[in-house]
Ligand binder design. Structure first.
Ligand code: SF4
Ligand code: SF4
Length: 317
């Protein structure tokens, strides 16, 4: 894979500082039942990296200590962590909103029986990637048979009350463009998704998050190999919107890797770009001190968060 980090580190992106941390986004490990071509952490069934039990306990302590309002769980497939259900139950008991970044096919994996019911019982928000509403595009990106299973997963969640307008069970979908272009208008695309998924599969959902691709990891490597890296960066920069700067997710979110190390966001975690603040920057330090007011480690890929309608883990800004 071609590395884009050397091309991203020197930047003219504006300096920004952290505000109060509202969301702790935790990567529970790289094990996954899928092996998607574009996977940013190269997850798969044979990966063994997994957050240790003591760190899971620390996550709960940090939620309490820092009055975090949202726990956002990622992976791999976060549900494959043996302590996933314990962590969710404890966080919900504290009144913390929990988001499960779910690949949908995990709902049908052996050993995951009752997962959909568990998520519904606990009132967990489900965020699922569905890069297109057509079988061909999804199977090309995520593997053969993934589209059909994803559709079944969405239907299963709908049957439990997820995604209905009057329900407290939220089901949100994520879209990324297939190539080096900015995502289309989120509202219009959401209307298209809602119309098509309802008409063909009887599926309902709450919101669609249309996110720009970051020029890092596999996508960045593909851009480099096709000579599209510079034009894509030019596109992101030409569409810079200063009005998106206050809403970038790193101002209110801390990203934690499976070893308990802190980052300003998941993209920085993927690049191995640690926080600017000197020190170990681990869950342990977060127990002692908040990071409000600290400078954020920016680089060229940050233009991916501020281009056009803006991008964050909750969609357009
Ligand atoms: S489902 Fe997600 S974590 Fe799993 S391989 Fe695909 S992109 Fe990676
Ligand atoms: S890439 Fe990360 S650090 Fe940069 S603006 Fe986006 S969220 Fe913030």
């Amino acid at each position: 894979m071609l590395e884009t980090l050397p091309l991203l580190d020197v930047t003219d992106f504006p300096s920004i500082e952290r505000g109060t941390t509202e969301t702790l986004q935790v990567n529970l490990g790289y094990r996954c039942n899928q092996t998607c071509l574009h996977c940013h952490v190269n997850a798969g069934p044979n990966r063994t990296e997994m957050m240790a039990s003591e760190l899971i306990d620390q996550v709960i302590e940090v939620l309490k200590q820092r009055d975090i309002t949202t726990l956002d769980l990622t992976g791999g497939a976060p549900e494959l962590h043996p302590e996933f259900r314990k962590l969710v139950t404890q966080a919900r008991a504290l009144g913390v909103k929990v988001i499960d970044r779910c690949n949908l096919t995990i709902l049908f994996e052996p050993g995951q029986e009752g997962l959909a019911e568990f998520l519904a019982d606990q009132g967990v928000d489900v965020v699922a990637s569905l890069p297109c509403y057509s079988l061909e595009n999804v199977d090309r990106q995520r593997g053969k048979g993934v589209f059909d299973k994803s559709i079944q997963g969405l239907q299963r969640l709908n049957s439990l009350g997820y995604g209905h307008a009057d329900s407290a069970l939220h089901l949100n979908l994520v879209y990324n463009p297939q190539g080096p272009s900015l995502p289309p208008d989120q509202q219009k695309l959401e209307a298209d998704y809602k119309r098509e998924l309802l008409a063909h599969f009887g599926i309902v959902f709450n919101e669609l998050y249309a996110l720009a691709n970051m020029p890092i990891q596999r996508f960045g490597s593909t851009l480099l190999s096709k000579g599209q890296f510079e034009p894509y960066m030019d596109l992101l920069k030409a569409n810079y919107q200063a009005s998106n700067l206050p809403g970038v997710m790193c101002r209110s979110l801390i990203s934690v890797d499976w070893q308990g190390k802190l980052y300003d966001c998941d993209f920085n975690q993927q690049l191995g770009l640690g926080m600017v603040t000197p020190g170990p920057n681990t869950l342990t330090t977060l127990l002692e001190t908040d990071r409000a007011g600290d400078s954020i480690r920016v680089a060229e890929h940050c233009y991916g968060c501020t281009a056009g309608q803006g991008s964050s883990c909750g969609g357009a800004l």
